[in-house]
Design a protein around this ligand. Structure first.
Ligand SMILES: Nc1ncnc2c1ncn2[C@@H]1O[C@H](COP(=O)(O)OP(=O)(O)OP(=O)(O)O)[C@@H](O)[C@H]1O
Length: 190
């Protein structure tokens, strides 16, 4: 075991009268390795780092000092935007919620989004309108048996064709969930 070579830390006395503050005793540099870093950065290349007890050409010390980094060294750029911008998804979901009758009092918060999902899940399928006569002539739609992302699945009794009299499942997709592309050559009838 070697002898302890550490020196007591000499902290200025905060209770001393103004003007009589004790100044810490800074030992004189004993070698070129102990030379303090210059504020202007001149001649500091490869000098002692404030983070590591060894001498490194790392630019890390530029992050904590006022010294301007050498040309081409990324300095504080990476700290300009520490957090990514907020996602627009919440606002979109809140807008959808309002469109589906959520009301103005609902805010674009997580609570509001959950409300919107609840509104969709609890809404009853309105069978009083929307089916074409071609469809109603063919199927007698009964109760809803399930629900997917896009539409409702209902049980139905076929009225015509091979399946006449049989129980079938029909999937009903609301018009607003259908994307219609129209151009000169094609036209889609609903
Ligand atoms: N033939 C069937 N008999 C009984 N129940 C059915 C039948 N087909 C679908 N279902 C019920 O309806 C639910 C939704 O079915 P659907 O096929 O619409 O699901 P999905 O493909 O996930 O929906 P989406 O394509 O809209 O996301 C199913 O989870 C199921 O419970």
């Amino acid at each position: 075991m070697g002898a302890c070579t550490s020196k007591p830390y000499q902290k200025p006395n905060p209770y001393a009268k103004r003007g009589t503050l004790e100044t810490p005793q800074i030992p004189e540099p004993t070698s070129h390795l102990d030379t303090p870093l210059r504020e202007d950065g001149v001649g500091n290349a490869g000098k002692k780092s404030p983070f590591f007890p060894f001498y490194s050409p790392s630019p890390a010390r530029y992050f904590s000092s006022k010294i301007s980094s050498p040309a081409g060294t990324p300095q504080r750029k990476m700290f300009k935007m520490p957090f990514p911008p907020p996602s627009p998804a919440k606002h979109l979901k809140a807008m959808l919620l309002r469109r589906h009758g959520g009301g103005e009092e609902l805010k674009p918060s997580d609570e509001g989004v959950m409300e919107a999902e609840k509104v969709y899940e609890t809404a009853k399928l309105d069978k009083s309108f929307g089916f074409s006569t071609q469809f109603t002539n063919r199927y007698d739609v009964k109760e809803e048996v399930g629900r997917g992302h896009f539409g409702y699945t209902c049980s139905a009794i076929a009225k015509k064709g091979k399946l006449k009299g049989q129980k079938v499942a029909v999937k009903i997709i609301p018009k607003e969930k259908v994307c219609i592309v129209k151009d000169k050559s094609t036209s889609i009838k609903l």
